[in-house]
Design a protein around this ligand. Sequence first.
Ligand code: MD3
Ligand code: FE
Length: 201
Amino acid sequence: MAPEVVLLHGFAEPTDDLVAAVGSIPAAAPFRHLKTPGGKPMSAAMTNCGALGWVSDARGYRYEPHDPLTGRPWPAMPGVLRELAQRAAAAAGWPGFDPDCCLVNRYAQGARMGAHRDADERDFSQPIVSVTLGAAATFLWYGARRAGSPLRIRLVPGDVLVWGGEARRGYHAVGPPEADLLDGGGTATPVRINLTFRKAG
Ligand code: MD3
Ligand code: FE
């Protein structure tokens, strides 16, 4: 995609600890469909853990120390998640990454994310680490401009992507979760969970 994007295939093993940590977040800060500043609900459901959480509403996109739904601080970032992000960043050439936000995106059937770039963080010199769990999906990479035909990359559960340098500012999008290939009739509902670790503040 770009020299400063590193794909760590199979880096995130769904250990019992990891699965429990991911499940603990919505137990404290439920998934919700945030509204865009224009008032449309996003198709991916979101929640956060860490000192800061990403939110969107009529007032815009920003990071907040409290969950607007509960009024409480976001749940602390579980050590197993913080360490996974730090190990991935270091393996990709970004030692010393210290994320203060983990945005959790939940894509149920048909949910997707349109082309955008992540621009609400204070320090663009810090990378972003993204972890795919659950179902696979196609990631679309546009790069510096939101135009032309994007590069398509299939992300499977366990894949970790680290975005640094110029790539950190690139436009990207993600397609809906894929049905499980072994689910012949396609009766099970595919769900993809993406963890995005940021140094936001
Ligand atoms: C490239 N999430 O939360 S992960 C997002 O699958 C977001 O949930 C998608 O885009 C998802 O903002 C894509 C890959 C990703 C995340 C952040 C990036 C790629 C990025 C930031 C800068 C450049
Ligand atoms: Fe993004």
